[in-house]
Ligand binder design. Structure first.
Ligand SMILES: [Zn+2]
Length: 359
């Protein structure tokens, strides 16, 4: 279905990004153009949304199975087709968004995203991270089209668990650290690469300066300007980095560590962005930038992001598990070499050991 899609294409983002308190409550007002919208959601996300919205739109509701597999997306696409759906409304977080993007591609329906968490840029980006039936990372294809509309309602998102907002901060911070070495080595940068670089620098500033205040607001159950800015940063600004910068600005070392961690047992209880945050530290150490890694530790501690395996309930002395992670991170299925050319599994093990002794 998708034709001639390149990783270097500029994908500036959704057709429309609407951010504001209450916009998800008004979702009915955004559906006039469609004959048969269908909602795709998950267990917890639907609970969060229906507990927040005064009136839930009277539409068919399809439940995804939480797997983020292409198999589940195909099943949902069959059901959406049977309903003659011309729009898919994705109410949920990262995995749900990624599944709905697959469904929209398979069916050709329009796509509306209503993120219930600010844990990743999945609601903004044009790619799906797919998993296999054993919850292991499978692939991340780019879709031919972006979503038509993203409704970012901070009051809905602020009701979500703290750990996902914290994870979103880690996942987003990685945009700067993962693209930095790639841009630094590039012989020349396009105009859009430079825009991507600026977006990455900006999101890092916002997160380092405002995350603590945003989390305080979240803990008090209020939406202030800091929380609003961090939510738009995690969803929107994060998405622009990869959108404008293409492959140069997508996953490199930190996400390779995330993907590698999903290969061993015991990591599914740690949210995506927390594993990525740990990956930033390992990547920086593998780059030889221990000073920068060390400088992030107080920030990690202040917001509650892990900089060691220990903090994720894993053991650096579990040699088999560490080997599996390192082999995967340095292997062909991962992109660590984008950050550190020629990286080997031994280099990754070394960096992981250094991370354990930081701070
Ligand atoms: Zn991520």
């Amino acid at each position: 279905m998708s034709s001639n899609i390149r990783d270097t294409d500029v994908r500036s983002g959704p057709d429309r990004y609407v951010s504001g308190i209450g916009v998800a409550r008004d979702i009915g007002g955004y559906l006039d153009d469609y004959r048969q919208p269908v909602l795709i959601t998950g267990e917890r996300s639907w609970e969060a949304f229906s507990g927040y919205a005064d009136a839930v739109p009277d539409l068919p509701v399809l439940r995804y199975d939480g797997s983020a597999t292409v198999r589940n997306a195909s099943e949902l696409a069959d059901r959406a087709r049977a309903l003659h759906a011309d729009a898919v409304i994705a109410v949920g977080a990262g995995k749900l968004s990624d599944t709905a993007k697959n469904v929209a591609e398979f069916t050709g329906a329009e796509l509306i995203m209503v993120p219930t968490l600010a844990a990743t840029c999945a609601a903004y980006s044009a790619l799906s991270v797919n998993y296999d039936e054993k919850h292991r990372y499978a692939n991340a294809p780019l879709h031919p089209r972006n979503s038509n509309l993203v409704l970012v309602d901070a009051a809905l998102i602020a009701r979500g668990p703290r750990e996902y907002l914290v994870g979103g901060i880690g996942d987003t911070l990685a945009k700067w650290y993962e693209s930095r070495p790639v841009f630094a080595r590039a012989a020349s940068l396009s105009a859009f690469d430079r825009l991507s670089q600026q977006a990455a620098a900006e999101l890092r500033s916002i997160l380092l300066e405002e995350s603590e205040a945003a989390l305080r607001a979240h803990d008090r159950g209020v939406v202030d300007e800091h929380l609003l800015r961090v939510i738009d940063t995690n969803i929107g600004l994060a998405g622009t980095v990869g959108g404008f910068g293409g492959t140069r600005a997508r996953a490199s070392g930190a996400h390779s560590m995330h993907d590698a961690l999903t290969q061993i047992p015991g990591t599914s209880s740690t949210v995506h962005g927390a594993k990525v945050a740990y990956g930033i530290i390992v990547q920086l150490l593998a780059e030889g930038d221990a000073d920068e890694a060390r400088s992030l530790v107080p920030f990690y501690d202040s917001v509650g992001l892990p900089h060691s395996l220990r903090q994720m309930g894993l053991d650096i002395d579990d040699a088999d598990a560490v080997r599996v992670v390192a082999e995967f991170a340095a292997g062909d299925k991962a992109a660590f070499a984008q950050a550190v050319p020629g990286i080997t599994a031994d280099d990754v093990v070394h960096a992981m050991r250094l991370a354990e002794s930081l701070a």
